[in-house]
Design a protein. Structure first.
Lengths: 253, 332
């Protein structure tokens, strides 16, 4: 694992010098700022049941669906397109180190983006000084959820990036996978045919992987190890597939 | 396993690589001694790049054994990666890094100790004449500089084996000269294997040449040896006018092994250009000229011994394999 940090620092550096990163960051903050403002207006008009933090994190899928493909699509497919993957893998670096290094770099940037939304809450607390509006519990729970689920989502992005040399294909693929996991499974749960008794195990499984349910639990302060395990195992699986993806592409190249 | 310090730099035995049933590399065997420069010649699609990728451990071989400094590539690819400097075809480089940054990153990946790395980067920048551009962004460099960055990167960790796939492709003659000198300067310190289809290149830099076609080794040896082996011993070029039907008999008198290999159409003055091949090594030009001028049927404009270039060797050698392949195809 001695090369992991070399690759991580290289990747972070490349992300920081790329103008693309700053464009993405600005877009992210504009979208999240708009959502936050809209939410504050709702609070100003009428008292709400949920705290601002809980309500804010309900919109997590908007940045996830757009930012994760943007952040991860370049990582492996770009190297493959340029051919630098070949020079990279002929140094004493293992595929595992390459994939983990790229994953860690993308995850760091993802978390840095989310951490910047903490500024919104700081502004809210600074100017409103209203303890009813500023509830620490859901805030910590929400960020914890983002941190844990981010592992899985970023790993999916890395996986799709390992499949294609074309960034557009990689990003569309990861968008579809994320859409299926976050919104598709939510839709599936509401399907009538799952109430059939024979399909009960399927229904139980679908109920278990409801991302929105997990978010609700986290913001309410319930940190369920089963849910954490879901994201960790999903992340591990996606990363293993990416390693296999990189290696299989070499064998068949 | 033999002692890693005495084993040849590269040993390849019966290497085979098939892509979905089609053999890209077929029973290739060769060795490269330490400090030797081997040129890898072949037409496009001959299996040069595939062989080189297998040598680096990047591609797995279908069968056969490859050892670098005594270390088998297939089972100990981690060790092998520390023994090679590899520059792939088209020399891929990251676009948005500075030259010195890139070399530092690669040096760290190649496990050059941090303390030595700065000094070593200065050394290779000097060696490849890159000092002026060390702070420039690679994507904005000209092709010649990029190529030299690739070479600098390959020799950075001072590996015993350097593998370069077409290092001079797309360079202007002046840049080719610089790259060639650079490669020559590695002689004796590192074993270098370079592929190319620019023949004068190979002839000037390489100690030994390996010609490969259709995945098979067609010929191997020093450029001089190849000339003799592939083309017969000597070739004479004769410009002659007159009735040529009696010529073979006359040639037979001068030297029994003398044969006409090539004959052109007569030009405006009625002179044909002939190529004569003989197995004799010593010059027979004088006796040949005397016999021809003595005969009143012929008029001679010129006679000279030809010094075949590696190009001729290459064309003759590849033609020979096509004939073998065609014969095999016809017999099926």
């Amino acid at each position: 694992m001695r090369h992991f940090f070399t690759i991580l620092s290289h990747e972070l550096r490349m992300l920081l010098v790329s103008p693309f990163t700053y464009v993405a960051t600005v877009l992210f903050l504009v979208v999240m700022g708009t959502i936050f403002t809209w939410m504050l207006e709702q609070f100003a008009e009428a008292p709400q049941q949920a705290s601002p933090a809980a309500m804010f994190f309900l919109f997590f899928e908007v940045p996830v669906l757009f930012m994760v493909p943007l952040l991860t699509m370049r990582s492996i497919s770009e190297e493959r397109r340029l051919g630098t993957l070949e020079t990279l893998l002929t140094t004493p670096v293992s595929t595992v180190e390459v994939v983990l290094g790229k994953f860690a770099a993308a995850y760091c940037l993802y978390m840095a983006l989310w951490a910047s939304t903490g500024g919104f809450f700081w502004v809210l607390w600074k100017f409103a000084q209203d303890p009813r509006l500023f509830d620490v519990g859901p805030l910590i729970g929400g960020y914890l959820f983002i941190a844990v689920s981010g592992l899985f989502f970023i790993a999916i992005g890395i996986f799709t990036s390992s499949l294609s040399r074309n960034q557009a294909v990689a990003s569309i693929l990861s968008f579809s996978l994320l859409f299926g996991i976050i919104l598709g499974l939510n839709f599936l749960r509401k399907m009538e045919f799952l109430n059939n008794e024979a399909l009960f195990p399927v229904k139980a499984a679908v109920d278990y992987v409801q991302v929105f349910r997990h978010l609700e639990d986290f913001t309410r302060g319930i940190v369920d190890t089963r849910e954490i395990l879901f994201y960790l195992s999903g992340c591990a699986l996606a990363l293993i597939f990416s390693i296999l993806g990189v290696e299989a592409k070499i064998v068949h190249s | 396993m033999s002692d890693p310090n005495s084993a040849p730099a590269i040993e390849v035995e019966n290497l085979v690589k098939t892509y979905s049933g089609v053999a890209a590399v077929n029973q290739v065997s060769f060795t490269v001694k330490r400090g030797e420069i081997l040129g890898f010649l072949g037409p496009n699609g001959a299996g040069k790049s595939t062989t080189m990728r297998i040598l680096t451990g990047f591609l797995p071989a279908t069968s056969g054994v490859v050892r670098l400094c005594g270390v088998p590539v297939a089972s100990e690819s981690d060790k092998v990666k520390r023994l090679i400097g590899y520059m792939p075809e088209n020399n891929p480089l990251p676009e948005d890094m500075r030259v010195s940054e890139y070399l530092y990153y690669r040096g760290r990946l190649k496990e050059v100790p941090r303390k030595r790395l700065r000094a070593r980067i200065d050394e290779v920048l000097e060696l490849c004449d890159l000092k002026r551009v060390r702070h420039r962004i690679i994507g904005k460099l000209s092709k010649g500089f990029r190529q030299r960055v690739g070479i600098a990167e390959a020799i950075l960790a001072e590996p015993p084996v350097i593998i370069m796939d077409e290092p001079t492709i797309g360079l202007d003659p002046h840049q080719i000269l610089i790259v060639r000198d650079l490669i020559s300067s590695l002689r004796g310190r590192m074993a270098v294997i370079i592929s190319s289809h620019i023949l004068p290149e190979i002839e000037m830099t390489c100690d030994r040449v390996l010609i490969i076609n259709q995945g098979r080794v067609v010929a191997t040896g020093t450029p001089g040896e190849l000339r003799r082996e592939i083309l017969g011993h000597s070739i004479y070029k004769l410009e002659i006018a007159g009735d040529l039907s009696g010529l073979p008999a006359l040639l037979n008198v001068v030297e029994p092994s003398l044969k006409i290999t090539d004959q052109s159409e007569p030009d405006l003055q009625g002179f044909c250009t002939l190529r004569l091949a003989t197995e004799r090594d010593d010059p027979i030009g004088e006796s040949l000229l005397r016999a021809l001028t003595a005969d009143s049927r012929y008029r001679i404009r010129g006679l000279g011994q030809e010094h075949p270039t590696l190009e001729d060797v290459f064309l003759a050698a590849t033609k020979r394999t096509w004939e073998i392949v065609d014969a095999q195809g016809a017999s099926k």
